[in-house]
Design a protein around this ligand. Structure first.
Ligand code: GLY
Length: 572
């Protein structure tokens, strides 16, 4: 029996899915000895769309494991949530294999084309050309998602890729009901999309966004997926499809070559691992900043007795940890194949102790007083995340992205694929903020075939008796969301509580604390402001956290999708 936990905007999909809080029936209590290795017996998936969650469950039922399900969910999200991710995007997949405890991170992050150069987004005076790194065909990195899915399936999966792609092909061919969220995103870009025959053919009716619930069919995307199912996911990078992709990008002024596509490889990297309050916390390494920043923040917080401080002091400590790790992100992080990333130092407890020493409980640290760089702005809710646990205990936490909503908003003619605008995640000039207000330095400068720095922070937390698989989209706010979720989980919160909790965020620059309604009580807000925090109430709620939890002691498995989105969590 399938049960779904879902919150957020109501969809016509409600008829397809029973929407209720989930908890798998508790298994008999395991002994302490067997609890560590026991399999959950139940599978769970949380993703940004109920149909993507259903696609993953279908594969689990049809012989696949969590890694096959991750391929199926990635492909389905590309169809039903084209705002957040797609085959022409990239991301990082965090994997845990239960049989031997092996953990790895699949780096499917895009890289810069060979013709890319350090100053390609600057004008003759050395100033950034507005929107060149976000809206033009130059904004697109060489995609990593198909290579990542191929690696997942070939090395860790059990079933043929064609089987895992089948639900996505069906959804693209037969259509899915337009959701409120995708509708709103289409409306926002209507002026651009109405002038693009490829987008208009797939998503508009008579030049307008059709009503919520309209069945959206994407025959060109279906054909692309069918081609990949037939020829293998690696055929994205060679031959007929690669030639079509390159021609389509170059026709719009882009610089991709077939050699760029042929040179792309998804890589396996060692995850970043830390210990906090007795729990093992695992996340992704560079080229994402997420894992290092998360562990560094937890190491800073470990210098304090959080149970011995007031609630407002605890929030101040989290704010100060966020401030410091984002400063380090800006200064030190980039593609580890191009620069020396000081991973050991940044994740060491001694280093964190040094950072913690400058934190005061009664006064915010001005960001400008920390050695660093630049100016900044705000962030948006793009990208997507899903979490998978299979009945054997294998786990995937994956955050995949096109960068902005629909990437650059440009389609590659005849393929049904949107171009990512991930090149904006590079630092185009030291100290100049990107679309998320994040600043960077030389470490993240553009270079041919270099991977742009990401913020994705998929996370596993293993607290002995309980396990969390989680992550969220949200641009620069992603790191803070995984930090807050880890703390909430270790405080005993359920999956549903973790995804729903109000959030706050500090990213070093701008020197402000953004917060959702309910994140601070009035008294807390007064106290934080009184000690120097510039508080900015958020105009909207951010993130779309997808959490799966497994309680080894009771056997209870939960899956919950963020009420800010329209996703679905399911256990069966
Ligand atoms: N494109 C957003 C990120 O990877 O951080």
């Amino acid at each position: 029996m399938k049960r779904f936990a879902r919150a957020g905007a109501c969809l016509c999909l409600a008829l397809l899915f029973a929407i209720a809080w989930v908890a798998a029936p508790a298994a008999p209590t395991a002994s302490a000895a067997s609890a560590a290795t026991a399999a959950p017996g139940h599978a769970a998936i949380a993703s940004a769309h109920p149909l993507a969650t259903a696609a993953g469950l279908e594969i689990l039922r049809n012989g696949g494991n969590a890694f096959d399900a991750a391929v199926a969910v990635s492909a389905a999200l590309a169809v039903v949530e084209p705002t957040g991710s797609g085959l022409t995007g990239g991301g990082l997949y965090l994997l845990h294999r239960q049989s031997d405890g092996f953990e790895t991170a699949i780096d499917a992050r895009e890289f810069a084309p060979a013709a890319a150069s350090r100053d390609m987004f600057l004008d003759a005076k050395g100033e950034p050309v507005p929107r060149l790194s976000t809206d033009s065909a130059l904004a697109a990195g060489i995609p990593g998602e198909p290579a990542g899915m191929a690696l997942l399936a070939a090395k860790y999966g059990k079933v043929p890729v064609a089987r895992s792609l089948a639900p996505a092909i069906r959804l693209a061919r037969e259509g899915f009901p337009l959701s409120a969220r995708v509708h709103e995103s289409l409306e926002r870009r209507l002026a651009q999309f109405a002038g693009d025959p490829d987008v208009a053919r797939n998503f508009l009716r008579d030049g307008a966004v059709p009503p919520v619930g309209t069945i959206i069919r994407q025959p060109e995307l279906a054909a692309t997926l069918e081609y990949l199912a037939q020829h293998g996911l690696d055929s994205f990078y060679h031959g007929k499809l690669a030639a079509q992709l390159v021609a389509g990008v170059r026709a719009q002024g882009g610089i991709w070559t077939e050699a760029d596509l042929a040179a792309y490889r998804a890589l396996e990297r060692k995850p970043i691992v830390g210990q906090y309050r007795g729990a093992r916390v695992v996340s992704v390494p560079p080229p994402s900043s997420g894992g290092i920043a998360l562990i560094e923040a937890l190491n800073i917080l470990a210098q304090f007795d959080l149970s011995g401080v007031t609630p407002v002091q605890r929030k101040q400590l989290v704010i100060e940890a966020m401030r410091r790790v984002h400063r380090d992100r800006a200064l030190y992080l980039g593609d580890p194949d191009f620069i020396d990333v000081p991973v050991s130092r940044l994740t060491s407890v001694d280093y964190a102790a040094g950072l913690a020493a400058s934190i005061r409980l009664d006064r915010a640290t001005p960001s400008a007083s920390l050695p660093g760089i630049g100016a900044g702005a705000a962030a948006g809710p793009q990208t997507t995340h899903f979490s998978v646990l299979d009945g054997d205990g294998n786990r995937v936490a994956a955050t995949i992205t096109l960068n902005f909503f629909f990437g650059s908003g440009r389609m590659i003619a005849g393929t049904g694929l949107f171009l990512n605008n991930e090149m904006d995640d590079f630092s185009m000039k030291p100290g100049v903020p990107n679309g998320f207000g994040l600043v960077g330095a030389d470490a993240n400068a553009i270079a041919p075939h270099k991977r742009m720095l990401s913020s994705v922070t998929p996370v596993f937390v293993d607290a002995g008796s309980r396990v969390l698989i989680g992550g969220s989209p949200g641009g620069s706010r992603i790191i803070g969301m995984s930090l807050l979720a880890t703390l909430a989980f270790l405080d005993g919160q359920s999956a549903a509580e973790i995804v729903a909790a109000p959030r706050f965020h500090q990213q070093y620059i701008p020197d402000a604390v953004q917060y959702e309604a309910g994140a601070f009580t009035d008294d807390e807000a007064r106290a934080l402001a009184g000690q120097g925090d510039l508080l900015e109430p958020a105009a909207y709620r951010w993130g779309n956290f997808q959490a799966v939890t497994w309680d080894r002691a009771t056997g209870k498995v939960e899956a919950a999708s963020d009420p800010r989105g329209e996703g679905g969590g399911a256990v069966e």
